[in-house]
Ligand binder design. Structure first.
Ligand code: G4P
Length: 527
């Protein structure tokens, strides 16, 4: 195997997802600590958006600004190159997270042991399921009183629609938390509080019947562990890597991220079982990571909020081959050649200019408006990567120009912001009015502010009552035309000219689905 292929096989590109506050930031930091990328805890300026800031989106954007550095964190662990892609916790930015999930090969889901599976986790899991993304679950905060482990596993199975297989098992919890037992290595990892460093007390025991267990955790907990392990082996399927890779079976770990506990087991297993870069689908064909010519796509655009420097960073996932600095690549949508003199890669929290990057890596390309979400770069081949669906937005408003002298600026600003994936634009085919759809209220404020400060344009929002926008299609053109005629007032086009039905209530949508069985109603833009 060439060194080039070896480089690619070493890559593990993944995201950590959770409901806010379950411990994503803390876990990220501890993984970096293990990888030696940072030396003391507390060093990661998180991408986390504080709850108190929900009404203050400027503060949120400021905090998001910090996150350029933590958008991708690469580090070396053993012989692996690990890339963690950060995702914003705030639900108004859920769409950002969905897109980030298109650039990873696997995910780790963090669940709070007291709260179990929460709303945001459930939503994100739906995206993982659509893409068959392999999932590892980390049950966090075992140092606090939480729920019974079996009960939690049942909930994870049910709520996330996954089979689970515990890989470690907790010994006690809260005040009585003694550590975790590694079910496969027969190792005891005894709990010691150390928030700052990697400190562990690991004892290899011959079997679960060993006296060392009783001596270490006391007779009562030792007996309980024996009973639990027997039940675990009886109830849960064996770990089957193929099922994990297909996204059907999730290995589960227990620990306490804050106390640096149970993380080593997680990380060691992760590098061993998690997939290296996987083939990706382009419209034209499947692209394999080991193919030599470089290909990649933009999955995220990070705008600079400073109006004096209106540059962005386009985050490109390298899908195949090797990306090189100063080499010309074809920007498919614009059909133009571009080369990049200062591509950046992200090691720990440092952003540095790199000469090359391999499939599985993320490079940041400074951009002044040439890129849109979903753009493909290649060495010349005509390819369009798929897999960046837009989700049916939930909130809608008409956007109107409030300054007639600045119509052009408004149009340009709206177009670019939509290209960055801030929100979605629909044009009503009946009255020509433009509608912006978002997943969160904040985006409307973000758009208004950015139009003014970055484009000198002023917009005004006007209410529109809509329940959902869905993409429609049918093999029967006559049926489709009939539908469009009958629903003329509610028909719109998205930015790519596709037909969108704007239903003003759940009832209307349901009736339309019933009356037109030949029409498919889609709730994501990719079908
Ligand atoms: P998030 O990124 O998923 O939103 O969660 P984050 O890591 O910021 O963790 C949320 C809160 O939970 C933090 O407390 C963090 O210290 C705490 N936490 C994380 N892991 C554990 C754990 O294993 N045990 C316990 N007991 N707590 C844990 P905070 O008070 O909100 O913030 P901070 O001031 O401590 O940073």
């Amino acid at each position: 195997m060439s060194t080039y292929s070896q480089e690619i096989d070493k890559r593990r590109t993944f995201a950590i997802i959770s409901h806010p506050d379950a411990g994503k930031t803390t876990l990220t930091e501890k993984l970096l600590l293990f990888g030696g990328a940072i030396h003391v805890a507390g060093a990661v300026k998180s991408n986390k958006i504080r709850k108190t800031a929900t009404s203050d989106w400027m503060e949120i954007e400021r905090q998001r600004g910090i996150s350029v550095a933590t958008s991708v964190m690469g580090f070396q662990y053993k012989d692996y190159k690990i890339n963690i892609l950060d995702t914003p916790g705030h639900e108004d930015f859920a769409e950002d997270t969905f897109r980030t999930l298109t650039a990873v090969d696997s995910v780790i889901i963090v669940v709070d042991s007291a709260k179990g599976v929460e709303k945001q986790t459930r939503r994100l899991m739906e995206v993982c399921r659509m893409r068959h993304t392999p999932v590892i679950v980390f049950v966090n905060k075992l140092d606090r009183e939480g729920r019974d482990a079996f009960e939690l596993l049942d909930e994870i199975e049910e709520e996330l629609q996954l089979s689970v297989r515990p890989m470690t098992w907790p010994i006690g919890m809260g005040e009585r938390f003694k550590g975790v037992y590694d079910l496969f290595a027969s190792e005891l990892n005894l709990f010691k509080i150390d928030k700052q460093h990697v400190a562990e007390d690991i004892k290899k025991i011959e079997s679960i019947d060993s006296k060392v267990l009783d001596e270490s955790v006391g007779a009562v907990l030792a007996e309980r562990l024996r009973a639990d392990v027997e039940l675990v082996d009886g109830v849960y399927p064996d770990f089957d890597r193929e099922r994990y890779l297909r996204g059907e079976l999730a290995p589960v770990f227990f620990g306490s991220a804050l106390n640096n506990f149970g993380i080593r087991e997680l990380l060691d297993c992760f590098v061993r079982i998690a997939p290296s870069p996987q083939p990706l689908h382009a419209q034209e064909r499947e692209v394999h990571p080991h193919e030599e010519p470089f290909t990649g796509f933009v999955f995220k655009i990070h705008a600079n909020m400073d109006p004096n420097h209106r540059s962005c960073i386009a985050f490109v996932k390298v899908c195949s081959g090797r990306f090189e600095r100063n080499k010309y690549y074809r920007h498919i949508r614009l059909d133009k050649q571009f080369r990049f003199s200062s591509p950046t890669a992200f090691m720990a929290q440092k952003k540095e200019i790199v000469d090359d990057a391999y499939a599985g890596d993320i490079v940041g390309l400074p951009d002044t408006g040439n890129f849109k979400i979903g753009d493909t770069l290649t060495e010349g081949e005509l390819l369009h990567f798929k897999g960046l669906p837009s989700f049916s937005p939930e909130l809608f408003q008409y956007i109107e120009n409030a300054d007639p002298m600045k119509q052009k600026q408004l149009v340009k600003g709206v177009e670019q912001l939509m290209g960055e994936g801030v929100a979605q634009l629909f044009v009503n085919q009946f009255n020509g009015r433009r509608i912006i759809g978002t997943v969160g209220q904040l985006q409307f404020e973000v758009i208004k502010y950015r139009l003014l400060h970055e484009y000198g344009a002023e917009c005004r929002w006007e209410p529109i009552h809509l329940y959902k926008a869905c993409w429609i299609e049918s093999d029967d053109k006559a049926v489709l035309d009939n539908f469009k005629r009958r629903k003329a007032q509610y028909m719109a086009k998205d930015i790519e000219g596709r037909d969108v039905f704007l239903a003003d209530s759940g009832y209307v949508l349901q009736m339309a689905q019933q009356d037109f069985p030949e029409i498919k109603f889609h709730f994501t833009s990719e079908f």
